[in-house]
Design a protein around this ligand. Sequence first.
Ligand code: NDP
Length: 477
Amino acid sequence: MAQVTTYRGAFIDGEWVAGDGEEITVTNPDTGEAVGSVSAATPDQIDLAVASARRAFESWRRTTVLERVEICRRAYDICMERAEEIAVLITRETGKTIRESREEMVEYTADHFRRAAEDVLRHEGKVLPSTQGMNRKRILIVQEPVGVVAAVSPWNFPVDIAGIPIVYGLAYGCTTVWKPSELSPLCAEAFMDVLHDAGFPPGTANLVHGRGDVGQALVGHEGVDSVVFTGSIETGEKVARAAGLKNRVLELGGNGPQIVLADADLDAAVEGAIMGCFYLAGQVCTAAERVLVHRDVHEAFVQRLVERTKQLRVGDPLAEETDMGPMCHRGTLERTRAHIEDAVANGAEVVVGGTSNGMYHDPTVLTGVTNTMRIAREETFGPVAPIMAFDSLDEALEIANSTEFGLTASVFTKSLNDAWTAAEELRHGTVHINESTNYWDQMAPFGGAKKSGSGRELAGWIADALTETKQITFDLT
Ligand code: NDP
């Protein structure tokens, strides 16, 4: 019998309270068994959470930077102590492999506390000279905490992604209300415990559970000053409408191209595709959703990719040796199947994989993919490597730029000229040269071009969403 966990509900003003809304059951994608059930917050409880954050903001923004840094440092230690325990929760709720969940907790989430503590200590203002009058004015530029930050996050990096606005927000002097995905509420509660036990005062970090209606009410709430949303383009558009004129960062979907030129190191390009297409069963915004391969090396590349794909160990996500677990969400699994069916109906060929069993979908390699197929035009979010052949760099760049997405692209080549040209021409927020699309550097700005989002996050780059730039003028006459 699987262990069923009782969720505690909303975390408001430093206390756990049961949600008064609908009961939502969380299912383990691997076993199909209930992990537990969670009660959603009602509109009144969302009001209470936002009011608690507003009250706490008035004192939290006045704390010294050293007080906030000290709590962040304690939180880092606690997060590292509990990393394994929370990683297991992530895996039970989402089906991520234990190695992927551990990486999320240790390399990304815990380190947000360390990086935020360092960042906020080095936060600088500016003094500008006057360009008006008799040069007797001085203009001071400071960045102040924006106020109450609403974080709405997806299930695929359920703690790390929300951790960015929450941890950096708290470090900058903001207070927060978080609506995690209804698919991963248990690890969210465990993260709130880390914040509470580290000493972030009551009201500074709040949490409400629920579906999209709760997220929508939160981002549209008049007591919220800034919104940091990560999720699909479709939901992001609703969030943008509900948030109106609030400060905001939107981190949305992708359909990333990996381009393999004729002179590429093919082994490196194949490993890039394995990481890009099959990490987290392809359920990553930065996944390589289109693999564009120069016709001269197409056959060799496909042969090596198929060999490597067959070596992937698919199965129990809690087993150390597993490379790929189940998919998390039935709708996404069905979309993956539909994209493969559409591609095959229009002339593509399944070279390996192509079938599913329960929530598991085989790692799949498709050849003969063309730019009009659904799999090339839409985000699949499944474990598929759709291969498209091309004859010139110009053609590859045209295909790569031809969708509404623009999150991450990668290019494999030994030519400095081609790499540079591609990097300049690709309309994507990030371009990696000789590296998988699924490479994330925690100090670099992360975000999308075109419909893949607006604003940037990670390290100090998220400061724009969490602070208000203020001009203060001194007249010295
Ligand atoms: P969704 O857009 O379905 O959901 C994201 C969050 O928004 C969830 O907490 C969801 O709640 C909530 N939500 C749903 N409807 C609304 C609404 N109307 N107003 C406010 N909040 C709402 O995304 P998924 O969870 O399925 O995640 C996958 C998507 O996220 C993919 O498109 C992926 O590319 C993208 N993503 C982008 C990243 C980036 O940094 N650019 C990183 C990771 C993922 P609930 O779960 O309860 O429905």
